[in-house]
Design a protein around this ligand. Sequence first.
Ligand code: HEC
Ligand code: CU
Length: 333
Amino acid sequence: MDGGAAMRGAWSFAWLFPLAACAGPQSPLAPAGLQAEWQHWLLMLMFWVCGIVYALVMALLGASIWRGRRRLTGTPETSPDDRRLSKGLGLWAGMIVAGLTILILGSFVVERELANERKREALVVRVTAQQWWWRIQYRDPAGTGWIETANELHLPAGRTARIELGSVDVIHSFWVPNVAGKMDVIPGRANAIDVTPHRLGWFRGQCAEFCGAQHAHMAFDVKVDTPAEFAAWLATQASPATPPAGAAMVVTNGPCASCHTIRGTAARGRAGPDLTHVGGRRSVAAGTLPMSRGALQGWIAQPQALKPGTLMPAVALTGAQIDATAAYLESRK
Ligand code: HEC
Ligand SMILES: [Cu+2]
């Protein structure tokens, strides 16, 4: 196949591209939660009502152009029939009123359902956005404190979670399209969004408000667990780490510790993500790389090359220290 044919081949499939967004882990068209399902229902209602009106307008436009052309080519003029015209206009106005009424009733029903959902007793999760990652905190079921993690949100299926949103720097936006709509995250303002997921599996959240150079690398993984899986995961997150030994000790005694917390060790920094169970996460640096030992090595050696502008500086370490640190962090499941 020559280049031109290949190009034409590719273009003939181009119409499929919009459909690629219809399924998958980051799509409002594949709802996995109650709120997303209602919003999807409303979207479809709007699509069909507006789509039918659009098709009718186009059909009438086509018909009138066709009639106009016939008139130009000399077919004898038929005198406009006033009664038919006013009947048609009356019908048209009636359809517009009916369509708008359906849309108003639809959005009313959805608003009411979402509000009813809000009254349920909710699991409180605090999510704090910052350039360019997500601090995530759960209330400790065993005590009064908070259990902290980052960049990976676990939710129990069938239960409403109230995500309390805060920002420490600029405006971000919390968006997990499979589960619910968007909510802005605004410094100095307490926003919250309720989500009631019911389909198990992995989904993807993304910051949806431009927040600086690495806005696109401000994603997070979302896992909808069974209630038992969720309880086990939360218990793991609550447990402290065993401190590292040998060359990996730089992570708890060196500069890393001034920015990162590893519970159970001397590392108590607050500027960066909690690393106590970083090895159990699915990705590194807010969705920048899939989790692996190599990704951790690369990230520790050259954060500025992987995520230019990120607030984590490159720390001067030896190769052996980087390898040992990556191995230790990877083992922190
Ligand atoms: C000046 C503060 C600072 C220092 C020093 C620092 N980090 Fe970070 N680190 C951050 C910030 C901020 C992030 C989040 C970056 C992002 O995603 O944009 C981060 C992210 C990370 C992540 C990814 C965490 C995740 O949830 O995916 C790892 C792993 C990490 N740092 C390890 C280290 C190690 C090891 C050192 C020492 C060699 C270190 N950091 C030194 C601030 C720092
Ligand atoms: Cu952001």
